[in-house]
Design a protein around this ligand. Structure first.
Ligand SMILES: NC(=O)c1ccc[n+]([C@@H]2O[C@H](COP(=O)([O-])OP(=O)(O)OC[C@H]3O[C@@H](n4cnc5c(N)ncnc54)[C@H](O)[C@@H]3O)[C@@H](O)[C@H]2O)c1
Length: 317
C-alpha cells in the first residue's frame, strides 16, 4: 500500500490486516503521520517502509494499492512539481513493479479528473472540465496522466489494473490542518472559532465516510480481470456546504459563527458521483454510514486530539 500512513491508507491497512492479509505500508510521510499507523506497528503481519514512490521500488507483493499522493489543496499546492512527480513518476514506478511481479494494481484516482463539471452527477464516461494551467492542475492533471498510464500498461503490457475515482471522503485521521471542509468546520467549531465558508455556501458536496470508501476499494481490488474501471466511489447524497457547517455546529454544540470568504480559484461548484457502475460491478456496493453518524465519529476523533493537546505533525499550513 503506497500512501499507507495517510488518512485513507491507514484505514485500508487496518481492514486488510483484519482480513488476514500481510500489509507492506510504503510512505514518505509527507502528509501521512506515524500516529496513523502506530497501533499497527507491533502486528506481525504489518511492515512499514519509508520510501518516496517517485523512486523505483523492488518488493514482492500480490496486490498494490497506489494511494501515495497528497490529497488536499493546501498540501498538493505546497510543492506542485513534487505532486505531479508523485502521481506520474509514482504511477510509472508502481506499474513497472506490477508488470515485473505480475501483481494486480489499484489506482486511487479522484473526482478531480472531472474538474469543474458541466455534467451532473458525474458518470465515468464524462471527460471532465479541467484547467491545465491553474493551481489545482498539478493534482488534477497528474491524476489524469496516471489514469492514462494505467490504461496504457493494461493495453500494452496486460497489467491487471483497477482505477477508482474517489469522491470527497471524510473520517477520523483526516489531517487536522489540511483545509478540507469537514476537518476545517469540525476544528473551528470545537475551538469556538469562526467557521469560514467560501462563497455563499450554496456550492454542494457529497461526503463519503472512510469505512464505506475502504469497503469499495477492497471490493474493486477483488473483482476479476474484466473489471478495470474507472469506477466512481463516493456518496451520492449531496448537500450544500452551508448545511454541513450548520450540522457540525449543532453536533458539537458550538457557539461558532459562520463568516464568508471568497471562493478559491477553480473551486468546483458542484460535485456528486453517479455510482450506478459501482453498484453493478461491486456487488451492489453503496455507502451505508449516514452523514450524522460519520460526523459524530469524526468529531470524537478531533475532540480527543485537541484534548490531548497534540500539535498536528506534517506540513500543515
Ligand atoms: N480523501 C479524499 O477525499 C480523496 C478523494 C479523492 C482521491 N483521494 C486519493 O486517495 C489517496 C489517499 O488520500 P488521503 O485523503 O488519504 O490523503 P493523505 O494525504 O492523507 O494520504 C496520502 C499519503 O501519501 C503519502 N505520500 C505523498 N507523496 C508520497 C510519495 N512521493 N511517496 C510516498 N508516499 C507519499 C503521504 O505521506 C500520505 O501518507 C490519494 O491518492 C488521493 O489523491 C482521496
Amino acid at each position: 500500500m503506497t500512501g499507507g500512513a495517510g488518512f485513507v491508507g491507514s484505514h485500508l491497512c487496518e481492514r486488510l490486516l483484519a482480513r488476514g492479509d500481510d500489509v507492506l505500508c510504503v510512505d514518505n510521510y509527507f502528509t501521512g503521520r506515524r500516529d496513523n499507523i502506530a497501533h499497527l506497528l507491533g502486528q506481525p503481519h504489518f511492515e512499514a517502509l519509508r520510501h518516496d514512490v517517485s523512486f523505483p521500488l523492488y518488493v514482492e507483493v500480490d496486490e498494490i494499492f497506489n494511494l501515495a499522493c497528497p490529497a488536499s489543496p493546501v498540501h498538493y499546492q505546497f510543492d506542485p512539481v513534487q505532486t505531479t512527480k508523485t502521481s506520474v513518476i509514482g504511477a510509472i514506478n508502481m506499474l513497472g513493479l506490477a508488470k515485473r511481479i505480475g501483481a494486480k494494481i489499484l489506482q486511487a484516482s479522484t473526482s478531480e479528473v472531472y474538474g469543474d463539471p458541466t455534467v451532473h452527477p458525474q458518470t465515468e464516461d464524462y471527460r471532465g472540465n479541467v484547467n491545465t494551467l491553474g493551481p489545482r492542475a498539478c493534482y488534477d492533471e497528474g491524476k489524469r496522466c496516471a489514469e492514462t498510464l494505467f490504461f496504457d500498461y493494461f493495453r500494452q503490457h496486460r497489467v491487471k489494473i483497477k482505477v477508482a475515482r474517489i469522491f470527497n471522503t471524510y473520517g477520523p485521521r483526516m489531517h487536522p490542518n489540511d483545509g478540507r471542509v469537514v476537518s476545517n468546520f469540525i476544528i473551528q467549531s470545537l475551538r469556538g472559532d469562526d467557521i469560514t465558508l467560501y462563497g455563499d455556501g450554496s456550492q454542494t458536496r457529497a461526503f463519503c465516510f472512510v469505512d464505506d470508501l475502504v469497503g469499495g476499494l477492497m471490493r474493486l481490488m477483488g473483482t476479476g480481470n474484466d473489471v478495470t474501471g474507472p469506477v466512481n466511489l463516493g456518496n451520492p447524497h449531496e448537500i450544500p456546504v452551508r448545511e454541513l457547517a450548520e450540522r457540525v455546529i449543532a453536533l458539537t454544540g458550538s457557539s461558532s459563527r459562520i463568516v464568508h470568504r471568497p471562493l478559491p480559484q477553480d473551486d468546483p461548484l458542484q460535485r456528486c458521483p453517479d455510482i450506478s457502475l459501482a453498484r453493478r460491478v461491486l456487488d451492489d456496493w453503496q455507502p451505508t454510514v449516514a452523514l450524522e453518524d460519520g460526523l459524530r465519529r469524526t468529531i470524537a476523533y478531533f475532540e480527543a486530539m485537541l484534548r490531548a493537546g497534540k500539535a498536528p505533525e506534517g506540513r500543515a499550513a
